[in-house]
Design a protein. Sequence first.
Length: 250
Amino acid sequence: MRQRLGQHFLTSPHILDRIAAAACGEHTGTVVEIGPGKGALTEYLLKRADRVLAIEIDPEMIGVLAARFPAEPKLTILQGDALDQDFQPWQPNVICGNLPYYAATAILVRAVRTGVRTIGLIQKEVADRITAKPGSREYGFLTCDIALFADARLLFNVKPGAFRPPPQVDSAVIALEPNTRAATLGIPVEPFQKFLSECFQHKRKTLRNNLSGAYPREDLADLPLASKRAEQCSLEDLAALFRALTIGKE
């Protein structure tokens, strides 16, 4: 894939096999692979899955994939942008891919909302933000937004030498396991996401300062949690603050 699309081809057999194993285990049903490129990971996924749907945005790579896997009955190649696709009709067991850096965050945010287990190879900096814990420098809106729908784990790191051409940064493989947190928190998801965005608007400011433009100062003054910074609070803490500021106040 051309560099304008932000792709670095993963070539390490060891890493490719580890990703396929993380995605499929010994065997799985349907895998949606995002950004197959030249098909290196696709080959390993086909060994462990009943069916692979490979979504590729670059038309030049469609021909490469078709030539590499001629008449492969388990493989369906679809040209298009993963951000425009509806994965549900395929009933995937897992979504997987070596995701282009420029679109990785948007793809993962979309993937977790499908309720499907997701394994992604992404820039390590983004992986650290997604898997961060409260109180850490990396913890922020993206951490909480993903956590509403999935439990995130960093599986292993990948050095630049595993790619051709090598990127300028380290990468990491993460697993996103669907959860029911968005439902169990008992709050409307879209308004809460907007609230989270306001909470993390200025990370060095307290919640009281960040939220003062959206909620009455007297309401915020009565809530001890509002004296903390958002990065010090768990998702459950922030949900409790959201309920305190909104329930019965519409």
